[in-house]
Design a protein around this ligand. Structure first.
Ligand code: GLC
Ligand code: CA
Length: 566
């Protein structure tokens, strides 16, 4: 199969289906809801959707715990609805990548049930089941590993001395990719959807498919429960690259599809090439986390608001490093936020300058390099929630565990609430704000999670569409510019960051025979001065009325940004 690399000039958009649009009043977003918004998405100009998991699931981790890969979660619709989504999206020139979870299943998946019920079953070998160890007469997990959701990575199988490995929630047992039969199961699932017409995958938690199979204790420092958070034991390990090669040869190579891996935190761009380089990689792109949390907010329960400051230089260095090392060798996706992060507007933007900062963030992302992905709601400037009770965060298993852990560490509920409002991924999962109707037009029923009340202050798609200066109208225009062949030609030039050590401004230029394309964005909520020695030929995008340029120096107002040809 000849790959056309169609994703290289696509503009991506991430949909969190539970929160996007409810069509039947049960308070949960669904596939018919997404279909009803395809015109909106086409008009916005995005043409590659990554849709978070839609498979049958008991929803312990909101769909990342799959109990049947071959059926659609009934709360989201039916397989026929999904086929219709594909047809309707394709008819609008929009491609669809689904979120494929291959690191773990739900504990309610028939494989796991069988594995527990019958120790001699084939399925037993699909999981990591090990004997616990007895210390001073007490049965402990096989080792001291801590998982991503603030608990031991092992759970005891009731009535036995056995434990199963789960690096995420205990309802998500990890599967054993060392087992060829298990691998074949996933290849079959992938082919099933590709044959149906799906255009590709976002491969969830891909970095973790290989584990340290000695299962020895980590020698990292341990927490109050004797647990060590040592992600190296289950991230980016060598055996996984062999599995991926096989996946490519047996499945991906036979379709003109895109495969984008989520590879997370501890990955260098050099190592990323082992996943996605043109010459020896097995998938097309990887999402890294290096430009997320560049403000000290991660784990910041002890910090005051004043201590949360965007590290503008750090962001530029991270973008620059990935570009320098991967450009010409691998395709790269870009994003500011997704369903696992607080809202980017609250992270790097400013509520006081919502309009300007949302536009600046969009501009920086869209014209940098690679395939940009917006997260649903970025285009209308959605921001973090101001929930008043910890119960409002109970929908997310990660948050539930966080709350328990922080309470055990002695934090007050008030401190934990403040922390979650700043850092929780629930911030990204509140219902999409469509209009001024009750519940922001997301549902006519009771939403499964509270709506952010700021939809009544104009933060909703309909109000914004009626305002020519709105974020959404800017986003739409900017995305069409991004897809304009003329601009794409300019973007093919060599990328350089201007004044990379400037602490306040993100500025870069693409240079080629076709000309110089500049992005300049003030990332602060106050005026800053920025030198500019070129003569402006064209201004494609600008988020203020007039530009203040005198004697080769811009006075940039809060979050002022430009896309310029010079
Ligand atoms: C990925 C998903 C996240 C999920 C986890 C476990 O990181 O993005 O939402 O909780 O994998 O599947
Ligand atoms: Ca519904």
């Amino acid at each position: 199969m000849n790959k056309t690399h169609w994703w290289r000039d696509a503009v991506g958009y991430i949909i969190y289906p539970q929160s996007f649009q409810d069509s039947n009043g049960d308070g949960i977003g669904d596939i018919p809801g997404i279909i009803s918004r395809l015109d909106y998405l086409r008009d916005l100009g995005v043409n590659l959707l990554w849709i978070c998991p839609i498979f049958a699931s008991p929803m312990d981790d909101n769909g990342y715990d799959v109990s049947d890969y071959y059926s659609i979660n009934p709360a989201y619709g039916t397989m026929d609805d999904f086929r219709r989504l594909l047809t309707e999206a394709h008819a609008r020139g929009i491609r669809i990548a689904i979120d494929l979870v291959m690191n773990h299943t739900s504990d309610e998946h028939p494989w796991f049930r069988k594995a527990l019920a019958d120790p001699s079953s084939e399925e037993r070998g699909y999981y990591y089941i090990r004997k616990g160890k007895t210390v001073n007469g007490k049965l402990l997990p096989p080792n001291n590993w801590k998982g991503f959701f603030a608990t031991s990575a092992w759970e005891r199988i009731p009535g036995t001395d056995d434990f199963y490995l789960h690096i995420f929630s205990k309802k998500m047992p990890d599967v054993n990719w060392g087992n060829p039969k298990l691998r074949e199961q996933y290849y079959k699932i992938a082919r099933f959807y590709l044959d149906m017409g799906v255009d590709g995958f976002r491969l969830d938690a891909l970095a973790h498919l290989g584990k340290d199979q000695t299962f020895a204790d980590s020698d990292f420092p341990v927490d109050e429960n004797g647990l060590a958070f040592d992600t190296g034991r289950f991230s980016n390990r060598n055996d996984l690259f062999g599995y991926l090669r096989e996946f490519r040869e047996k499945v991906l190579d036979h379709y003109d599809c895109v495969a984008i891996g989520e590879v997370g935190g501890d990955l260098s761009p050099e190592k990323a090439l082992d996943y996605s380089s043109y010459d020896h990689g097995s998938i097309d792109m990887v999402f890294n986390f290096d430009t997320a949390w560049s403000n000290g907010a991660y784990g910041s329960i002890d910090k005051s608001d004043e201590e949360i400051v965007t590290d503008v230089v750090g962001l530029k260095r991270a973008f620059e490093r990935w570009y320098r090392i991967c450009n010409g060798k691998a395709d790269m996706p870009l994003y500011w936020d997704n369903h696992d992060h607080p809202r980017v507007l609250s992270q790097y933007g400013s509520l006081a300058h919502r309009n300007e900062s949302a536009k600046a963030l969009l501009t920086v992302l869209l014209f940098l390099y690679g395939t940009p992905f917006l997260y649903n709601g970025d285009e209308i400037g959605m921001s973090n929630v101001t929930y008043t009770s910890l119960d409002d965060f109970a929908n997310d298993c990660g948050n539930r565990n966080d709350i328990a852990e922080k309470r055990a560490q002695g934090y007050s509920d008030e401190q934990i609430l403040k922390y979650l409002c700043r850092c929780s991924r629930t911030n990204a999962r509140t219902p999409f704000q469509w209009n001024r109707e009750p519940n922001a037009g997301f549902t006519t029923g009771n939403p499964f999670i509270k709506v952010n009340e700021n939809y009544l202050q104009g933060v909703n798609a309909l109000d914004e569409m009626e305002d020519p200066w709105s974020i959404i109208n800017y986003a739409q225009y900017a995305i069409w510019k991004r897809r304009d062949p003329e601009i794409q030609k300019l973007m093919n030039g060599k990328l350089t960051f201007l004044e990379i050590e400037n602490p306040d401004v993100i500025a870069y230029v693409h240079e080629s025979e076709a000309g110089k394309l500049f992005v300049i964005a003030n990332m602060r909520d106050h005026d800053v001065r920025f030198p500019f020695y070129y003569s402006v030929e064209d201004c494609y995008l600008h988020n203020y009325g007039e530009a203040l340029l005198q004697d080769h120096v811009f006075t940039l107002r809060p979050f002022e940004c430009f896309l310029l040809k010079a």
